[in-house]
Ligand binder design. Structure first.
Ligand SMILES: NC(=O)c1ccc[n+]([C@@H]2O[C@H](COP(=O)([O-])OP(=O)(O)OC[C@H]3O[C@@H](n4cnc5c(N)ncnc54)[C@H](OP(=O)(O)O)[C@@H]3O)[C@@H](O)[C@H]2O)c1
Length: 174
């Protein structure tokens, strides 16, 4: 079981633009059956965690709303409507990670983002890999990919149409 941050980023390291938009990403060409694609990754995942802003973005922008079937934890101090399969939490990432690992039942744990939440897992020594799909664009600002200093080792890379896809292992926390 691995704990993986799988995300897409601009070349200058932002996962959302300054307006909290993903239009720079969702308009691009990627082969969903190609290397390091989301469906391939998704099949390995048994539990997920995300921050409140990412969850709100999904509620606001995804026509299907919350459609994930895996047990998920949303870190937040806000009041969201109850959602089947989601635990809203302010608990320590260590406690949540233990619950996620149990729920994942041998499959991987997916940290959806944002970057600082992933950093909190990394601070606790609970991040194993970072997978990034780099879109061919710079944004100049926005939500940061992973605002920490973390040593990584490049394990795999591939081109998937417009995207440079990279898989890194966490070497050690700074
Ligand atoms: N490019 C991609 O593939 C990709 C992937 C993921 C996300 N995104 C986008 O990137 C943006 C991410 O935004 P972000 O980095 O600002 O935010 P985020 O992690 O999604 O949400 C941040 C919020 O999560 C809550 N939070 C974080 N840590 C917490 C903790 N330990 N305990 C309790 N609550 C905690 C806080 O919300 P409260 O206000 O509730 O305290 C905080 O303001 C979103 O627009 C999202 O849609 C893009």
């Amino acid at each position: 079981m691995k704990t993986i941050y799988y995300t897409a980023s601009s070349l200058d390291g932002f996962i959302a633009d300054p307006d909290n938009s993903l239009s720079w990403l969702l308009s691009r060409d990627i082969d969903q059956e190609g290397p390091m694609s989301y469906p391939t990754f998704r099949a390995t995942v048994g539990a997920a965690a995300l921050g409140a802003t990412t969850y709100q973005w999904i509620l606001d922008n995804d026509p299907d709303g919350w459609e994930y079937t895996m047990p998920s934890w949303v870190f937040t101090h806000r009041s969201f409507a109850p959602q089947e399969g989601i635990t809203f939490t302010t608990d320590d990432v260590r406690d949540v990670h233990a619950a996620m690992s149990e729920a994942a039942d041998g499959k991987d744990v997916w940290l959806i983002g944002g970057g600082d939440l992933v950093g909190q897992f990394a601070d606790a020594g609970l991040l194993d890999e970072v997978w990034v799909q780099y879109a061919p664009v710079t944004l100049g600002g926005g939500a940061p990919l992973l605002p920490r200093r973390i040593e990584l080792r490049l394990e795999e890379h591939a081109r998937n149409r417009e995207f440079l896809c990279a898989r890194y292992a966490v070497s050690s926390p700074a």
